[in-house]
Design a binder for this molecule. Structure first.
Ligand code: MLT
Length: 264
């Protein structure tokens, strides 16, 4: 199979690597494909790697008139992307945070598409009513101000821990600013609407690895360890010294944890 970077509908997608297992890397919010920059070349040496921008983020615009993008919508888009690329074989799915929320919907709707799971810094439970209301308010303010700032004000304190390099904060800011304003708002709403996936975990029958970070303030190691234990055979790792964004914060350490992919 030959893969080329594509902006064909439905999504913008970077495609790298010509041989080896097929990986799909799905970013978090308010990020885009650049979140995986340190994994792309590393993995493309011996994998075929697909790195899309989820709808409304990076270079993947919303559909006309679209005001929210749910995790199910993202899964539908990824399925359509794989169709558009002519891919029939199941992918090794690696998702960070929102990319993990989308994984639950991929497994529910398109289980034959997924061959293994790497679940990074992610959760299975839904937002509390207060958290969901906060995200809807952020969406409103984003649209009123026509700026990424309301999203960044809400998200940066959650995404970054005290010891993280300021460069990481700048990279997150840049990714939010790269995205369409209406896409940021639509994704904030979609996050608020996501459902609890806990009941689905025990039925997962594919290899799975859950990667957490010592200082992750969104998906704590204890929370990730508890839900990953419900996935049969899922291995859990907590990386020392990192927070919610280990692929960006500590790429060498993060990439080392992926060696077991080779046996899947
Ligand atoms: C993400 O990194 O995708 C977001 O932090 C997810 C969230 O806010 O729940």
């Amino acid at each position: 199979m030959s893969l080329t970077t594509t902006s064909i509908p439905p999504l913008h997608c970077i495609c790298r690597g010509s041989t080896g297992p097929l990986l799909l890397l799905v970013h978090g919010f308010p990020l885009h494909h650049q979140q995986w920059i340190h994994q792309l070349n590393y993995l493309a040496a011996n994998h075929r790697v697909l790195v899309p921008d989820l709808r409304g983020l990076g270079q993947s615009p919303l559909f006309p008139g679209q005001t929210q993008v749910t995790m199910e919508d993202h899964a539908d888009d990824l399925n359509a992307l794989l169709d558009a690329l002519g891919i029939d074989e199941p992918v090794h799915y690696m998702g960070l945070s929102m990319g993990g929320y989308v994984a639950w919907q991929m497994l529910r709707k398109y289980p034959a598409r997924v061959r293994s799971l790497v679940l990074c810094h992610t959760r299975v439970i839904a937002d509390t009513p207060e958290q969901a209301a906060g995200r809807f308010q952020v969406a409103e303010r984003t649209l009123e101000q026509q700026s990424a700032e309301p999203v960044l004000e809400a998200m940066l304190p959650r995404l970054l821990h005290a010891g993280v390099s300021p460069t990481i904060g700048e990279e997150v800011r840049q990714m939010a600013y790269d995205s369409p304003i209406n896409g940021l708002a639509a994704n904030a709403r979609g996050l608020a609407l996501r459902v609890d996936a806990t009941a689905w975990l025990s039925a997962i029958q594919i290899p799975a690895l859950a990667i957490s970070g010592e200082y992750d303030g969104i998906s704590s190691p204890s929370e990730m360890q508890a839900w990953s234990a419900k996935i049969p055979g899922c291995r859990f790792i907590s990386l020392p010294g990192v927070g919610h964004l280990s692929p960006m914060e500590a790429p060498g350490l993060f990439n080392q944890t992926l060696t077991e992919l080779a046996s899947w």
